[in-house]
Design a binder for this molecule. Structure first.
Ligand code: DON
Length: 618
């Protein structure tokens, strides 16, 4: 299929894989539609849908992925999460355990002494968990359950009244369980209230696509990848996924973990939800169930997916990938600030004292341990370590703790730890800010880009130069473009240049403007900048007193290739292209001298840019 300009819409490999799954398992006729809740018997036995949703919001779906059915037991982990939010971990644990029962979903598995249900995935535990949901009335409590389920799905869900009534009118076994729980005082109120909440939560209408997104929300630490809304606090996600792993598939849980290895939950309407933490949610729907009440095709699809896509959460390949993407020093990498020859030489000699570590991936304990061990091995007194987090997706609590301890230890050893690109990790930034406040004298140094962090380190090193060196304004004689010019030539040049000044933040010229003069910086700093797609200005280089900019006016005229902005108040001279051209007739030696220096400046810039490209490639 091609779009308006003939671009062929590539079918995605994942989409194609799901299509093959649909075809392969669509032929399976084992199992039977549930009938013990009469309304469920009306389901189409051939309905079959598969959907995968990723934590960055991409959805692959095949078959009857939008077919509505009732969520049934798949509601249990989400309502358990709501009970944790409302009552806290300890109160919930006192009401319902976390031990696998190894029994069927509707077994009366209660702890012999306390009568508490063994876990929240069996009906007894789910009824108890529903009783813990807060609210002013049963209606209000159900509204909260429906709202939370909708946050996970990323759209407003509704109740299937017919299924609800069907279950309510035939739910005698659950009623028996409810009264047992009341008998043991696990339920503190009339069991009909918790039972009715439970029947309603089981009768919420979803699709296979909804299940995948609900799974992706849990995989994404409780945040819906499409809406960005928080369905549950990240602190509860581990608890929810833990009971899904150990108890989610009831008396098939052990084999499920062994064969498939994903936290999961099944429902008697034929849905299966499976989750790979940090990565994706899977929803499969097919109403034909096996003897344990799990969708026959659903189990088969998950088994193939896990094997073929290596999704088993205990797979060794999931150990921290190479956390350190690169290690460099100021000897090979510099900021985008142009340095005078003397400054550059000074930094060359001391560049080894600034090391740059580029980390990548999601930083947990293992990754942070690797970083701490490496950084602390290579640094000494009066040195700097920059940890660039540009390619880091997340820093969890354990890693934040280790990196903060690393900062403290380095400081004791006289090394300054600096972060760049940390602003992309607000949770980590908050942790560092809070922890630093408690640590007297520990300065939190973060820069929005590696370039700025390098610039800061360079200026720290350069501040060690003898006082007066490289400070203040620079006359024509001291200009890079005037190196080697005779006093006579300088005097001539002085007659032809025009003194100009610019306020801080003022654009000196904009991209696309005619390249009609070259500038000699007397005092202040200017930066060549480019506007990024998000509107931010990205610095390409910064020049200071004694340096030139706009050299293209001397070479080919043409138009400006980028914007130049005054970073500070700027005093400079400009030499127009017209005058420069005329020098050929009147003062050829001056013109050649200026041109030779301009070419040296431009080749210096080209050399630095090559270094940056190589650094990016490495
Ligand atoms: O309570 C019941 O029996 C149903 N509402 C839910 C059972 C269920 O989904 C079991 N899952 N496989």
């Amino acid at each position: 299929m091609s779009d308006a300009i003939g671009r062929v819409a590539l079918s995605s490999p994942v989409g194609e894989y799901l299509a093959r799954m649909l075809q392969k398992h669509g032929a399976v006729r084992d199992g039977a539609v549930a009938t013990y809740i009469p309304e469920l018997a009306k389901a189409g036995p051939e309905w079959f849908g598969i959907c995968i949703a990723t934590v960055d919001g991409h959805v692959y779906e095949m078959g009857d992925s939008q077919q509505a059915f009732t969520i049934q037991s798949i509601s249990k982990p989400f309502v358990y999460g709501l009970a944790l939010e409302d009552c806290g971990r300890e109160r919930v644990l006192a009401t319902v355990g976390v031990e696998p029962s190894g029994d069927a979903f509707n077994s009366v598995s209660l702890a012999p002494d306390t009568g508490t249900p063994l876990n929240p995935m069996i009906n007894a535990g789910a009824i108890a968990a529903a009783s813990l949901v807060a609210g002013h009335s049963p209606g209000d409590r159900f509204e909260r359950i429906l709202t939370v389920l909708s946050l996970y799905a990323g759209r407003r869900l509704d109740l299937d009244e017919a299924v609800y009534r069907s279950e309510r009118d035939t739910g005698h076994r659950n009623r028996a369980i409810g009264h047992m729980l009341r008998n043991f005082n696990v339920l503190k109120e009339d069991p009909e209230i918790a039972l009715d909440l439970y029947f309603r939560q089981c009768s919420v209408r979803v699709s296979c696509r909804d299940l995948a997104l609900m799974g992706a929300t849990l995989a994404n630490a409780g945040v819906n990848p499409l809406t960005g809304e928080v369905a549950v606090r990240s602190g509860h996600v581990e608890s929810i996924l833990s009971v899904m792993v150990t108890c989610g598939m009831y008396d098939y849980a052990g084999e499920w973990v062994y064969r498939i290895g994903l936290p999961a939950k099944s429902g008697v309407a034929g849905g299966i939800l499976a989750i790979l933490p940090g990565q994706l949610g899977i929803g499969v729907f097919s109403p034909r169930l096996d003897a344990r009440g799990n969708s026959v095709r659903g189990v088969k699809v998950c088994e193939d997916l896990s094997r073929d896509m290596n999704l088993h959460f205990l797979s060794p390949s999931r150990v921290a990938a190479a956390v350190m993407r690169s290690r460099r020093s100021l000897a090979t990498v510099r900021s985008k600030r142009r340095r005078s020859t003397a400054e550059a030489r000074f930094l060359d000699e001391r560049g080894h004292r600034v090391r740059i570590y580029e980390a990548q991936g999601a930083l947990g304990f293992a990754a942070a341990e690797v970083i701490a061990r490496e950084v602390s091995t290579h640094t000494g007194p009066d040195s700097f370590a920059i940890l660039d987090l540009k390619r880091v997706a997340d820093v969890d609590g354990a890693a934040s703790h280790i990196l903060f301890d690393l900062q403290r230890a380095l400081r004791t050893a006289g090394t300054t730890l600096i972060y760049s690109n940390a602003q992309r990790l607000p949770r980590f930034m908050r942790y560092l800010a809070e922890a630093s406040v408690q640590q007297a004298g520990l300065r939190l140094l973060t820069f929005p880009e590696l370039d700025r962090a390098l610039d800061w380190c360079e200026s720290q090193l350069l501040s060690e130069r003898p006082k007066g060196e490289g400070a203040g304004s620079v006359g024509l004689a001291g200009q890079q473009l005037c190196e080697g010019l005779s006093a006579d030539d300088l005097a001539v040049l002085e007659r032809f240049v025009t003194k100009e000044s610019f306020a801080q933040g003022e654009f000196i010229f904009r991209m696309g403007a005619p390249s009609d003069c070259v500038y000699f910086l007397m005092s202040g700093e200017v930066s060549v900048v480019a506007e990024m797609p998000d509107g931010r200005l990205r610095r390409l280089s910064t020049s200071s007193a004694g340096m030139s900019f706009g050299e293209t006016a001397m070479i080919d005229g043409g138009v400006r290739g980028a914007d130049v902005v005054a970073e500070t108040r700027v005093e400079c001279w400009s030499l127009s292209r017209v005058v420069f051209e005329e020098l050929e007739n009147s003062y050829p030696a001056l013109k050649i001298g200026l041109l030779r220096n301009a070419l040296r400046v431009v080749s210096g810039i080209a050399g630095r840019l090559t270094g940056e490209v190589l650094a990016l490639e490495s």
